[in-house]
Design a protein around this ligand. Structure first.
Ligand SMILES: Nc1ncnc2c1ncn2[C@@H]1O[C@H](COP(=O)(O)OP(=O)(O)O)[C@@H](O)[C@H]1O
Ligand SMILES: [Mg+2]
Length: 459
């Protein structure tokens, strides 16, 4: 017996509005579009954030393979259909729309696929139209109606340009033309630069075969930030550890690559030490760097394996997983967070014991004046500078380029978690405490606020 189904189409107005609140922050939203460019085999992505009051806009232009008109219409669909490879960065068929419309209320995508002919197709999602019609309708955009720079870009190369206009979520509703909004956009740009330098560092440094990428932000080339300071002679790399994860439809290894970074006195220069500190500074940057298909999803923190600890701040561990394990890692749509599968927690904990010992001793010896060269654990090897992976020095704006004073950090010890008496009141301390008491859902927001407080107050 066959049943006659009754199709119940969701209300466009309400659903599209609620999908704005999936939890994207500005840098993560842009990063989701860079994922799409990488997947389209782009070698260059140009991001322009231009301030012009309420007419400010963000543009992300790539030289990837572009889309035909029908590809583009499919791409604009919520839940776009396509086959995914095991190493693809995309997943839900949502990112282009949800990431964009979490920040703006008009999304235009223009694309050219034919390398031999300048043939541009463009469509937009416009909230005003959805508000007026309550329909899941995109609007075609005539080529002449596109910004001249968009046409310029697509005249020179096949590829795709994504344009965000009416940046209500980025600038705030009340005074999008005010000084406050302008400054806010500048802060956002700085955060974006740090974020992209970090999450795509393997692509930017040419470490991912066949996927070398350059990203320009307002014409400045983004320099990769290597969380493991591999160009420092005193950085210690421990042996990789493979841990098998068995999920319903896959048996795949997760690879841990543990590093112990040099203590302050063993760094080649104070600048190199400050640069290695990272966007959230030494204490918060200890922990896992979780990569899905070489794209970083999470940076720092021990994912519940243990608490942050001043003595372990030199320990940083790359954890690589394949998209085949998405179910086990419970990746979310904004790709801002994953869960470490319960089945591997014990093995990961055990594998990290020698890392913690080494990090602890590096921390203790590094605190003394640098008299002797630090001896390393026999099971470790010291990394040598490698030109392909070594980030070049940044002149300014590098993640962690702000000065830090380690002595101002509280000692966070799991055996003594609530001892507030030893804590001096600094932004660093407050940040650390807030991070410790945050629930998992709150953590990304809290971390964002802490980062903003740092850039605002210049600590
Ligand atoms: N910059 C781009 N270049 C070429 N194709 C793109 C680009 N951005 C998006 N697409 C196409 O649109 C589809 C939908 O993108 P998206 O909504 O981000 O979902 P997902 O990446 O999870 O598939 C992608 O699968 C891809 O086919
Ligand atoms: Mg995508």
């Amino acid at each position: 017996m066959s049943l006659n189904g009754v199709e119940v189409i969701p209300g466009a107005r309400r659903l599209i509005r609620s999908l704005r609140d999936m939890g994207y922050e500005f840098p993560a939203a842009v990063a989701d579009l860079v994922d799409n460019s990488i997947e389209a085999k782009a070698s260059v992505v140009r991001i322009d954030v231009s301030w012009n009051g309420e007419h400010s806009h963000v543009q992300i232009a790539d030289n990837g393979k572009g889309m035909t008109a029908s590809d583009l219409r499919e791409a604009m669909r919520y839940g776009a259909e396509r086959e995914y490879d095991t190493e693809d960065l995309g997943k839900f068929g949502l990112g282009l729309k949800t990431a964009s419309l979490s920040q703006c209320s008009k999304l235009t995508v223009a694309s050219r696929w034919n390398p031999n002919r300048v043939d541009i197709n463009a469509y937009c999602w416009d909230f005003d139209h959805i508000e007026a019609t309550n329909r899941w309708e995109i609007l075609p955009v005539a080529s002449q109606a596109l910004h001249p720079e968009v046409r310029e870009h697509l005249k020179e190369t096949a590829g795709t340009v994504v344009i965000w206009e009416r940046l209500d979520r980025v600038l705030g509703y009340k005074r999008p033309d005010g000084e406050h909004a302008r400054k806010h956009l500048m802060v956002m740009c700085r955060e974006l630069e740090e974020h992209l330098a970090m999450v795509f560092h393997r692509f930017l440094a040419g470490e991912v075969r066949g996927k070398k990428l350059s990203i320009y932000l307002n014409n400045n080339k983004i320099v990769p930030w290597d969380p493991f300071a591999r160009s420092e002679a005193a950085t210690q790399k421990l042996d990789d550890v493979a841990i098998r994860v068995e999920s319903e439809n896959a048996k795949t290894d997760v690879i841990l690559e543990p590093f112990v970074l040099p203590a302050q006195s063993k760094f080649s220069s104070p600048e190199a030490h400050a640069r290695a500190s990272g966007p959230r500074k030494w204490n918060l940057q200890q922990g896992f760097y979780i990569y899905r298909a070489d794209r970083m999803i999470q940076s720092g923190g021990w994912s519940g394996i243990r608490t942050l600890d001043e003595h372990l701040k030199l320990a940083r561990v790359a954890l690589n997983f394949s998209p085949r394990l998405d179910e086990a890692f419970k990746i979310n749509v904004p790709k801002m967070r994953v869960n470490l599968p319960a089945s591997i927690r014990d093995d990961v904990s055990k594998a990290l014991a020698p890392v913690f010992r080494l990090a602890n001793s590096a921390y203790r010896t590094g605190e003394k004046p640098a008299t002797s060269s630090g001896r390393t654990n026999p099971t470790t090897r010291t990394s040598s500078p490698s030109p392909s992976s070594a980030p070049t020095a940044r002149s300014n704006g590098a993640p962690g380029s702000a000065d830090i004073t380690d002595s101002s950090l509280p000692v966070v010890n799991s055996a003594n978690p609530g001892n507030g008496s030893s804590i001096s009141v600094s932004l660093e301390d407050v940040g650390l405490l807030l991070e410790r008491i945050s629930l998992p859902d709150e953590l990304p927001i809290v971390q964002r606020v802490i980062a903003r407080a740092r850039s605002t107050y210049g600590t």
